[in-house]
Design a protein around this ligand. Structure first.
Ligand code: SF4
Ligand code: SF4
Length: 200
């Protein structure tokens, strides 16, 4: 599936496109799906919402590209449970990553990724992925003590005789930033951010 793929393109061999996407590690697994439902029965997102991984594959095999417009696909959080239990070696998890990328390429659901753009910023600023600050309060609520742990991480490492974490130096940060700019990633992020800030 190319980044130029548009939902208006037709016909689309959806499953074939997914098989050849760089994010798919399971080769032709998607074509081997027997609709057993093991993925759905073990999926935490399915347990707590209407999201249904078995149905995702069914619709992909039906060539139903409207699936990228569904809110439900955003409930998958890439835990890879489906990937590990599928009896025929398919990975709904990876298929979902491809579907979401296709949605983004078609300017769908940008509101869903707006709050995560801080991850992208951290690659520009530090050449590593870092948790955006806007999530700190929620994480500390969900994992009591997390903030205190984070604040004291250097001391804790010291007590355990661990070296300080290895962080990219300035040259690496500049190189990564340049790559992200040349490849168009930066422009894409800015476009998504601007689109959402215009709405707010
Ligand atoms: S577990 Fe695998 S074979 Fe079974 S429905 Fe899910 S993707 Fe298809
Ligand atoms: S990776 Fe997504 S689809 Fe697979 S089990 Fe986890 S939440 Fe469900």
């Amino acid at each position: 599936m190319t980044t130029q793929q548009k939902i208006t393109d037709s016909p689309i061999d959806f499953a074939e496109d997914i098989i050849h996407d760089v994010k798919n590690s399971r080769e032709e697994g998607v074509l081997k799906c027997v609709q057993c439902g093991m993925c759905t029965s073990t999926c935490p997102a399915a347990r707590h919402s209407d999201y249904n991984p078995r149905e995702i594959i069914e619709r992909v095999l039906d060539g139903d590209l409207t699936i990228i417009e569904e809110d439900n696909i955003w409930n998958c959080f890439y835990c890879y449970t489906c990937h590990s239990v599928c009896p025929v070696g398919n990975s709904v998890c990876e298929v979902n990553q491809i579907l979401k990328q296709l949605a983004i390429n078609n300017e769908i659901a940008w509101d869903k990724i707006y709050e995560y753009l801080g991850f992208a910023d951290s690659y520009f600023n530090a050449a590593i992925g870092a948790i955006p600050e806007i999530f700190f309060t929620q994480i500390d609520e969900d994992v009591p003590g997390w903030w205190e742990f984070r604040q004291n991480l250097a001391d804790i490492r010291d007590e355990l005789n661990l070296d300080p974490p290895l962080l990219p130096d300035d040259d690496v940060i500049d190189e990564v930033s340049l790559i992200l700019t040349i490849t168009g990633f930066k422009e894409k992020i800015e476009k998504i951010r601007d689109s959402q800030e215009d709405i707010k």
